[in-house]
Design a protein around this ligand. Structure first.
Ligand SMILES: C[S@@+](CC[C@H](N)C(=O)[O-])C[C@H]1O[C@@H](n2cnc3c(N)ncnc32)[C@H](O)[C@@H]1O
Length: 400
């Protein structure tokens, strides 16, 4: 068994065993799903002050240490979620055209340099999948003097990217097209190194599948937006993932991206108002309709939130075709919403512990799929998290 499949199988084991702690929708749960099975964890969360939540969200290691006395299994998951930093090759930028980074936002530029430094130079033409304006392609073309074909869906990005490439005299050709079309598939060639930086969900999966079918020499991707898939639920790629008992919904697949950024006071307050209003309305509608089912309400204009809870309920009831009787004690339902908000926040805190392990489960599925297709695969991080939290790189290279 390869190192990837060994780690995958262990991740799969623990994620499956610990499903009740992450695979649920906090909004739809009136109480912790573990209230009876692990009451000590429920009590600890109930007593957790607000300030501690903010601290734990900013410090995943402290969070894990605090939760592990109740759920010691998460230590295994944490160990399995460590990735090596990929070695960065130094590359001379001396011969790069001046202004190569013009118009590229600072963080993106650092991502691109790090991505480029972490992938081998094979001396092959490049295919840049879902290229945007071809920021990465620019560096590839400038550094390796090999032609770059940049596939992108949006016309305007292709036009802009092509104009910049022309100005910088870079050997780049933009191809406007849909990554899912047969025409785009035919851009994948055997003597080629394909790259995809942050192509969402099925877009990067499609590239991997085409590379595997057409046996392109090498592919390097940094995956993101795992939930942007065309099927109703996740379709595993590799044999070990197909054999797993885990069935991942889009809600589950969003989890790796839900890195609760430690927002400022104002944003936290706004979130508290909106989410507690939604949960308060939900508690009210469940009471009125004798239901136990969460009823999602569409996006709301932020200005409406300033009109108060009662106005919000009237708007939401109209959207959902619910008749609100006279004499509702709005204060009571608002408080119920606030109470549920605190609980939802604490449920999300526990789900945070499983975020990176689930991302790695998905990443290893991709890596094992390429290994099955005959590729030598490496997985690691190509930059630090502040540059981008989606900092994982999968590189697959044909062995022959
Ligand atoms: C998140 S951006 C990444 C862009 C670029 N790789 C980068 O890192 O800056 C994803 C790109 O995929 C493009 N895209 C979305 N759907 C596509 C499709 N079906 N075919 C080709 N490109 C697509 C979008 O227009 C967007 O430019």
């Amino acid at each position: 068994m390869s190192a990837c499949s060994e780690v995958f199988c262990q991740l799969d084991h623990w994620l499956t065993k610990l499903r009740p702690y992450w695979q649920f929708m906090p909004f739809a749960c009136p109480d912790y799903p573990w209230r009876d099975s692990l009451p000590a964890l429920a009590e600890w969360l109930d007593d957790l002050p607000e300030a501690e939540i903010a601290r734990f969200l900013a410090d995943p290691q402290a969070l894990r240490q605090a939760v592990s006395p109740y759920l010691p299994e998460i230590d295994h998951l944490a160990q399995l979620s460590v990735l090596p930093e990929l070695p960065a090759r130094t590359r001379s930028q001396q011969l790069w055209p001046r202004n190569l980074e013009a118009g590229i936002p600072g963080r993106k530029w650092h991502q691109i340099l790090a991505f480029h430094a972490a992938i081998p130079a094979n001396g092959l033409p490049w295919l840049e999948w879902c290229a945007g304006k071809g920021y990465l392609g620019r560096v590839l073309a400038a550094a390796d003097h090999q032609p770059v074909v940049s596939l992108e869906w949006q016309h305007s990005l292709c036009t802009d990217g092509q104009a910049i490439a022309k100005r910088l005299s870079l050997p780049m050709t933009f191809q406007q097209g849909d990554a899912f079309s047969p025409e785009s598939a035919s851009l994948v060639q055997p003597a080629q190194h394909a790259v995809a930086l942050h192509a969402c969900g099925d877009l990067h999966v499609t590239l991997l599948k085409q590379v595997a079918v057409r046996q392109a020499k090498a592919v390097s991707i940094s995956p993101c937006c795992y939930h942007l898939i065309r099927s109703a639920q996740y379709e595993p790629l590799s044999e070990p993932a197909k054999a797993s008992q885990l069935v991942l919904t889009k809600h589950d697949l969003r989890m790796p991206l839900q890195e609760t950024v430690t927002a400022g006071q104002r944003v936290r307050k706004q979130r508290f108002v909106e989410v507690s209003f939604r949960l308060g309305f939900d508690a009210l509608q469940q009471f009125l309709q004798h239901s136990h089912a969460y009823l999602p309400v569409p996006n709301v204009q932020k200005a409406l939130l300033q009109e108060g809870f009662e106005a919000f309920c009237q708007w939401a009831a109209e959207k959902k075709g619910i008749q609100l009787p006279n004499g509702i004690d709005y204060r009571h339902w608002q408080q119920a919403g606030e109470h549920r908000f605190h609980r939802v926040e604490r449920m999300e805190l526990i789900r945070q512990v499983f975020r990176r392990p689930l991302e790695l489960w998905l990443v290893y599925d991709r890596a094992m799929f390429m290994a099955q297709a005959g590729y030598q695969v490496s997985v690691g991080t190509f930059c630090d998290k502040p540059i981008t939290p989606r900092n994982i790189l999968i590189h697959a290279q044909l062995e022959k």
